[in-house]
Design a protein around this ligand. Sequence first.
Ligand SMILES: Cc1cc2nc3c(=O)[nH]c(=O)nc-3n(C[C@H](O)[C@H](O)[C@H](O)COP(=O)(O)O)c2cc1C
Length: 330
Amino acid sequence: MVNQKLEFSIAPMMKWTDHHCRFFHRLITKNSFLYSEMISANALVYGPKDRLLFTNEFDDKTIIQIGGSNPDNMSKAAYIVQKHGYNEVNLNIGCPSNRVQAGNFGACLMEKPNIVVDCIKRIQDKCDIAITVKCRIGTEKMNDQGFFNFVDLISKTGIKKFIIHARKAILNGLNPKQNRDIPPLNYQLVSMLKNKNKGLKIILNGGIKSIQSGLKYTKNFNLDGFMIGREAYQNPFILSEVDSMIFNENVPLSRNEIAFKVAEYIDKNCSLYLNHDFKIIRHILGLYNGMPRSKIWRTKLVQRNDYKIKGDKVRFATEEIENFINKKIA
Ligand SMILES: Cc1cc2nc3c(=O)[nH]c(=O)nc-3n(C[C@H](O)[C@H](O)[C@H](O)COP(=O)(O)O)c2cc1C
């Protein structure tokens, strides 16, 4: 299936989709939108901006997600994101964690839409950057109509793109991990939202395990695209189907080619500023999932060692697994 208008993205994930991870994912797919982990507006305004944002060295399909509820800080943060060269800032209205609730942002803002509206308006006053929203289908206190009303109110500010994690956020009683699994998925409701708002771009998220199934849901529920989180991180080679299946482009790099490019990246970055290659390596551990000897490959990557050229650990382990796979095929 080829659909140039359909959008595919890799979800924002705290501690996972940092800039090293995005470098790795970009090697596998050129056409996907890559979301940063959430950065709090306060951290951007008062913290080390350059380290948090790493000037947009990759491309125009990398998006920074911010979280907060103070309109002044949110607009300052969005302005910083814009100044660093990004085209889109995404607002986190879906995180259910207690820490985030204590700061009065994330999913609890679905119950306080006027604060979101204020933040958006202040960002719009200061910036030209596109603003998008990632939210849930409500909280335990909201019914379906409450969810539709939320989107209605927010879209009146001019927001055109919503990414919907198709589960309610249970703000009292479930931790973030449970909140990603226990509340039931409701793709039908997301489809109803799209039917009511044909002019909005609605991207489906939650529980999608493959590019094929994402394409199927997008088509069956009449949506504009889909986002994958955990499966993309844990089994990243599924991403090699994105450019060919959705965008009819590119013969993707092989696992081997990807691993060697990561090795080069490790050489460069470890000599520049990282003292520990594991900050990069941890993101690629799922690359050979499903292949023979993938466990041995992973074990070699997590071992400590003192290669003079830091990327050699990845090169040697990869040569070994590839030799094994090729011998088996021959
Ligand atoms: C480790 C982890 C961290 C996450 N951090 C964020 C985050 O910073 N911002 C956000 O909007 N969602 C966050 N999420 C939620 C994902 O973006 C996504 O909505 C959720 O995992 C459902 O999609 P999936 O079933 O494809 O994983 C996180 C998920 C995981 C697993």
